[in-house]
Ligand binder design. Structure first.
Ligand code: C5P
Length: 284
């Protein structure tokens, strides 16, 4: 047998390949064997996670949103949702109000985290923040693509070296911007959509794993950046739920057909009378 993964060592004593962390990974506290099985699978190309996205289970694609300002509310929601949700989005509101505790809380429960803090700074500062996310072994975190290619290249490279399990995601243009805002700010001839697509390409070229985008753009982004490029999409509304302030929405089924890998769903679940039942209905 031959294996090129740095996490595999052939132990003569056991006459088999075993998983072992590199010193860099051990420093990051990543010495849990499950993590290494996952690293190794990915390195051996057996992971179904990205390239064979179609085989991912629905529950692994659902990101429920914890937009709360206290840990009490967040904990209550996580307890209510129980086994129906595995992956949670923690944004600035909960992360700051809980002084970071929300991430530890979820990881200790065996949940996965999308750390939605949208880092935007010089390459060194953004990279140090990103390495924090990688050390927490979050499933994914994000930066602003407008921080530039040099920033994203360094983030992608260093996060991959520390923890290849953490997906590096970029935000292109915030949906709060209008065409006029963009023209005003960037003095660019490009339309908002063209600029968002251009930044998605830069994100891909920088070695990052994917972008946050509208479900309406996911297909075009996959066509330009490749099928392995991850799309994380808010603006998802099951047919039975209210649109709230979201405008360009899609149902979960439509989103999956249109190249969305991860579906970010907030109020249809957390605002439902019975959140667990709502999550189960989304997954059904
Ligand atoms: O409740 P709802 O499903 O609309 O929540 C969607 C989540 O995704 C919220 O946390 C929202 O801030 C976030 N988001 C979004 N649209 C974007 C980017 C992020 O709705 N373009």
């Amino acid at each position: 047998a031959h294996c090129t993964s740095p996490n595999f060592k052939h132990k003569q004593k056991y006459k088999q390949w075993v998983y072992a962390p590199t010193p860099h990974q051990r420093y990051a506290g990543l010495n849990n064997s499950n993590i290494f099985i996952d690293f190794s699978r990915r390195q051996l190309g057996l992971s179904v996670q990205r390239s064979k996205g179609g085989k991912m289970k629905a529950i692994d694609r659902l990101i429920a949103v914890l937009d709360f300002s206290t840990m009490e509310e967040a904990k209550k929601m996580v307890e209510t949702l129980g086994d129906s949700v595995k992956l949670y989005k923690v944004g600035l509101e909960l992360f700051l109000n809980s002084k970071g505790e929300a991430v530890d809380y979820l990881k200790n429960l065996g949940k996965e985290v999308f750390l939605d803090l949208k880092f935007h700074d010089i390459p060194n500062t953004t990279t140090m923040a990103s390495l924090f996310a990688a050390r927490q072994n979050v499933k994914m975190f994000n930066v602003h693509a407008s921080g530039g290619k040099k920033m994203m290249e360094r983030v992608a490279k260093e996060v991959k070296a520390l923890n290849p399990n953490t997906l590096t995601i970029a935000v292109t243009i915030l949906t709060s911007f209008s065409e006029d805002d963009i023209a005003d700010l960037f003095k660019s001839e490009l339309s908002l959509k063209e600029l968002a697509m251009h930044w998605a390409k830069l994100t891909k070229e920088s070695g990052m794993n994917g972008v946050v985008c509208s479900p309406w753009e996911a297909k075009a982004i996959k066509e330009v950046c490749g099928n392995d490029f991850v799309t994380v999409t808010p603006g998802i509304r099951p047919a039975w739920s209210a649109a709230n302030d979201q405008t360009r929405i899609m149902t979960p089924a439509e989103a999956l057909q249109n190249g969305c890998d991860y579906l970010v769903i907030g109020r249809p679940i957390t605002g439902a009378e019975n959140p667990k039942e709502a999550a189960e209905r989304v997954l059904a």
